[in-house]
Design a protein around this ligand. Structure first.
Ligand code: WTA
Length: 705
């Protein structure tokens, strides 16, 4: 009992965080003059007294087949329903409705990674045809119906938005698995969503190499089969129609080249299916605290309204922009702010296939110059990398951005200032948008023409979102107190996910249980949404996001669950126990280090280290590859047998591991420290001194277990 008591004390989220206040930057007059939202009255329209009807303004950006009768239905909390009674089709809204006036406007501009290859411009009219033909194929060749699920494992090629919108046209639920994820990860998501069709690609370019991608489909199917699930068909788009870039054999009767089958569906028009606003549009899997990934289920009407509205006011998208979001469509950012939001508003959206620094760190700026891109949207990891490898590159190119975004991780004020001054040339406004896969669209950001920017802070809640910070007891942490706590959203909003696919209890437990005031209540005020992020609220009403308060490590803007990493490590035969911890990294924000203890009778070796790293890569993907694998004699544990991750996280980060007197085996700490830190010093792999905020994060790691 005494031990448990101690643990609880460590788990207080009220950590004092000290940093200096940053200065404000103001939006350029030229930007304000053209902005979609330049009148502060917008805040009035979206203030709490006008909730939920304020969101009509977003929904009215869409074309509805049938108008809704109830804006927000709260009868079954926290399973909120938006725009009930309304009907619409997401593909119609993103494509068909623009044809009358804009059929020859580029909808997508795709830049292949090889620089000598021609850029592909796809007009709205052309996009319409590609979607219709593929929708006909999905419906008639694959026999897919409304409500069925389809898994995609596609890289950054136009076939991905075509496939998404073809599903949306039919009311089929798509589930895109990030192309960089392993076949095994894809297989698990196939089983979880019960998808009978897998859509993949033969290969794609990454860092100058044509990567064999189809082989991952074989692995995915093998993993699914092991769990007793079989796929009907694998559709393979070819990077170059007619040529096959993979060594994986095509299985007769199961695998089909899209470019061959689709010849039977040329010029076929498929009527968009009018869907209820509440019908699921897609699933997007993300990591959580248990090994099983969470399929976040997003709705058609609420989601599309929310991404259209936030694209208009926060991305400031105009129909004549050349809007470039440099994210992967395999993540939520790409779904919302490359495909659905921008296309719903009828603008031109740019897609780039490859890595930012290929063949050199001037590449993004050449693309921007060539296309006349007006906006740029990326993650701090990319900004840090471009800054490190090509700090003077942007000045060499004659592009001009009016608007830039940073998303996915906290950005260091120093990096923000480089982004502003060098990438934005002092001409662009910046929004630091805070949100999550679960949220559909932005939660925290400045209004670009109205609010001043503050490096490192996302700003206030976006319009119609009323955030609050609670401490562990549910008391409000006041603005300007300097204390961090758990950021929550007090109200529902149209973009919030509907549930975790197949795991409704987990949905309630993870996001609503912690601060629910009364589980019987049907009043939304009693159901704050717990974001699982720590944050601090400054006196000016700006939030600074500190990072995850659960066991998720944010590596280069990608969420990795420690449990997922650990179960992958344990698949290695010699491994008895594994613990994953975050290490602060100059470029990628955080990287993962893996600690493992071996089963009796095995001796530590470089081979086992390599097997663990490889195991994680195969189970999850290259992005999850740990920076180091440490084979230790034993893990530091509490007397109840729990691994104390904060202790080893402290060792890896060269910070104070905190109180160890309550451990069952405190003596192990010194020997692990000696082993790991000596080796890290020898490798020149000592992290820079952590900021107070980072040190607190490391100290709190694993506290919720
Ligand atoms: C983090 C990405 C600081 C946060 C859209 C969140 C951020 C997780 C920011 C979600 C930001 C996202 N500043 N941290 N602007 N945006 N995060 O689901 O910890 O891939 O919980 O969604 O990234 O990551 P996800």
């Amino acid at each position: 009992m005494a031990v448990e008591q101690q643990e609880v004390q460590v788990s207080e989220a009220q950590i004092a965080v000290h940093w200096r206040e940053e200065e404000y930057y103001y939006p350029p007059a030229k930007f304000i003059g053209q902005a979609n939202a330049s009148d502060p009255a917008i805040r009035e329209r979206f203030r709490e007294q006008n909730f939920p009807e304020c969101f009509k303004e977003y929904a009215d950006l869409l074309t509805w087949d049938k108008y809704w009768h109830t804006t927000l239905d709260t009868s079954n909390p926290p399973f909120w329903k938006w725009f009930v009674g309304g009907r619409l089709n997401a593909c119609y809204n993103c494509v068909d409705r623009h044809l009358a006036t804009d059929r020859n406007k580029p909808a997508l501009i795709w830049v292949p990674e090889p620089e000598a290859a021609a850029t592909e411009v796809i007009t709205y009219q052309e996009l319409y045809w590609r979607i219709n033909e593929f929708a006909a194929l999905l419906r008639d060749f694959c026999e897919l119906k409304t409500g069925d699920r389809v898994t995609f494992h596609l890289p950054m090629v136009p076939d991905l938005p075509v496939s998404m919108l073809a599903c949306a046209r039919l009311g089929v639920i798509h589930s895109e698995v990030f192309g960089g994820f392993s076949g095994a990860a894809c297989g698990e998501r196939i089983v979880d969503s019960q998808s009978r069709i897998l859509v993949t690609m033969d290969g794609y370019y990454r860092n100058g190499e044509l990567i064999d991608h189809k082989s991952k489909a074989d692995e995915a199917l093998a993993v699914a089969k092991k769990q007793g699930f079989e796929i009907d068909k694998v559709l393979v788009w070819r990077r170059q129609p007619g040529q096959y870039a993979s060594k994986s054999p095509m299985v007769e009767g199961r695998d089909f080249f899209v470019d061959e089958v689709i010849t039977d569906y040329r010029r076929r028009v498929v009527e968009p299916v009018s869907m209820p606003a509440e019908a699921p549009l897609f699933l997007m899997y993300t990591s959580g605290t248990t090994g099983r990934p969470k399929g976040c289920q997003h709705s058609t009407g609420g989601y599309l309204s929310y991404v259209a509205g936030t694209s208009k006011y926060y991305q400031d998208i105009h129909p004549d922009d050349t809007y470039w979001c440099f994210a992967d469509i395999g993540w939520i950012t790409g779904h919302s702010y490359i495909v659905y939001g921008p296309l719903a508003l009828g603008t031109t959206s740019v897609m780039y296939e490859g890595v930012p620094t290929y063949p050199d760190p001037g590449r993004p700026w050449r693309i921007a110059e060539r296309l006349g891109a007006t906006t740029f949207h990326t993650a701090p990891t990319t900004i840090r990398m471009l800054r490190k490898l090509g700090p003077d590159e942007p000045a060499k190119y004659g592009y001009h951005f009016k608007h830039m975004t940073t998303v996915g991780e906290p950005i260091e004020p120093e990096v923000w200032r480089w982004y502003h001054k060098v990438v934005g040339k002092g001409e662009a406004v910046i929004v630091d948008t805070w949100w999550q896969t679960e949220n559909g669209g932005f939660l925290g950001s400045t209004l670009p023409a109205i609010d001043p920017m503050k490096p490192g802070s996302c700003g206030p809640g976006v319009v119609g979102i009323y955030p609050v910070i609670y401490d562990e007891k549910g008391e409000v942490v006041e603005a300007g107190s300097g204390r961090a706590g758990n950021i929550c959203i007090r109200n529902p909003w149209p973009g919030i996910f509907q549930t975790i696919w197949g795991q409704p209890e987990r949905f309630v437990d993870t996001y609503y249980k912690k601060y629910c005031r009364n589980p019987e209540s049907k009043d939304w005020h009693d159901w704050p949404y717990f974001a699982n992020d720590g944050a601090v609220l400054a006196a000016d009403g700006y939030f600074r996001i500190v990072g995850r308060v659960d066991d998720v490590v944010n590596v280069a803007g990608h969420r990795l669950g420690t449990k997922e990493l650990e179960s992958a490590a344990i698949t290695v035969e010699e491994v008895a126990e594994a613990a994953a911890v975050p290490v602060v990294d100059e470029l990628r924000g955080r990287v993962v280090e893996m600690y493992v203890a071996l089963k009796p009778g095995y001796v530590a070796s470089k081979e086992i280290e390599a097997k663990v790293a490889k195991g994680i890569e195969t189970q999850i993907g290259k992005i999850a590859r740990p920076k180091n694998v440490w084979i230790v004699a034993d893990m530091p544990k509490t007397r109840s047998g729990k691994i104390m991750r904060r202790v080893i996280a402290g060792i890896s980060n060269f910070t104070d591991p905190g109180d160890i007197t309550t451990l069952a085996n405190p003596e192990i700490v010194a020997s692990i420290k000696e082993q790991v830190q000596t080796e890290k010093r020898a490798r020149g792999d000592v992290p820079r001194e952590l900021t107070a905020q980072e040190a607190e994060e490391i100290k709190a790691f694993g506290k919720n277990e």
